[in-house]
Design a protein around this ligand. Structure first.
Ligand SMILES: C[S@@+](CC[C@H](N)C(=O)[O-])C[C@H]1O[C@@H](n2cnc3c(N)ncnc32)[C@H](O)[C@@H]1O
Length: 244
């Protein structure tokens, strides 16, 4: 298991200091007004955004969540739409990360509950959710911070539970993962309990559980009922009993 990194908080201007202090309290970490006084992973707090920066890589840009960023699937090749199925209205995204899949679901018009256990990622998701859907507490997107294995059973049942746990480092393909994935790996370590999460999800989903996997990875559980195979990723679909 890789070591999980801590994140410091920096207020980029004086007016952002109270919010930075509140977030530092939540993260149980240090807060500073001086960027040069902190090192490693830093959550930058300013009036208009939250950004995560790796100060050991000074030439690289900070990571922000862009809820409006669209993905384009070639016509007729939208594997995710096929995996979700025509009946899907509601989704629990139980491994939300920085929300790339979450906001894709929201843009598809789904009611989404996003669960993430890395607190700084959950904080950034909450901020992006309130910026993109102000009524996210009751509307199309709700963010839950915590472990999905514990939280799922207390949520309303949904059509689809979506899982995209981190893939073990050693089996990864040679291509360098995107910055968001690199950061999550440093903050979360490996998701060694993915199989348990799948079991819990299968008990709770009304229609199906979808597991996103690298193309050549072993399935997370037993043999899936349906597989949608893409060039780089695969969607393994486990139908709920009675949904086949
Ligand atoms: C590969 S990333 C997900 C990326 C995400 N689908 C996206 O589109 O950006 C996996 C994430 O799932 C989270 N995760 C894994 N198991 C979890 C669990 N049991 N409860 C909550 N979050 C979990 C990890 O902390 C990590 O942030």
């Amino acid at each position: 298991m890789s070591k999980k990194e801590k994140v410091a908080v920096v207020a980029l201007d004086a007016r952002s200091l109270p919010r930075a202090q509140a977030l530092a309290l939540r993260l149980n970490t240090a807060v500073s007004c001086d960027s040069s006084a902190v090192s490693g992973m830093v959550l930058e707090v300013s009036q208009d955004r939250l950004a995560l920066r790796d100060t050991t890589q000074p030439r690289t840009r900070a990571l922000t969540i862009d809820a409006a960023k669209r993905r384009y699937a070639p016509a007729g090749k939208d594997l995710l739409a096929r995996a979700l199925g025509r009946q899907c209205q509601s989704i629990i995204d139980a491994t939300a990360g920085f929300g790339s899949d979450t906001f894709d679901f929201v843009r598809r018009g789904k009611t989404v509950v996003a669960i993430e256990r890395v607190e700084v990622a959950a904080i950034m998701l909450e901020a992006a959710a309130s910026a993109c859907c102000p009524d996210h507490e009751t509307g199309t997107l709700q963010v839950v911070c915590g472990d999905a294995i514990e939280k799922i059973s207390s949520l309303k049942t949904v059509d689809v539970i979506f899982l995209d746990p981190m893939f073990p480092d050693r089996d990864r393909h040679t291509a360098k993962p995107r910055k968001a994935q690199q950061f999550l790996r440093r903050l979360a370590g490996e998701d060694a309990d993915g199989a348990t999460l799948l079991q819990v999800a299968r008990l709770h989903a009304r229609g199906r559980v979808i597991v996103k996997r690298p193309r050549h990875a072993q399935p997370l559980g037993g043999k899936p009922d349906i597989v949608h195979q893409g060039k780089a990723v695969r969607y393994d679909v486990y139908l709920a009993r009675g949904a086949a």
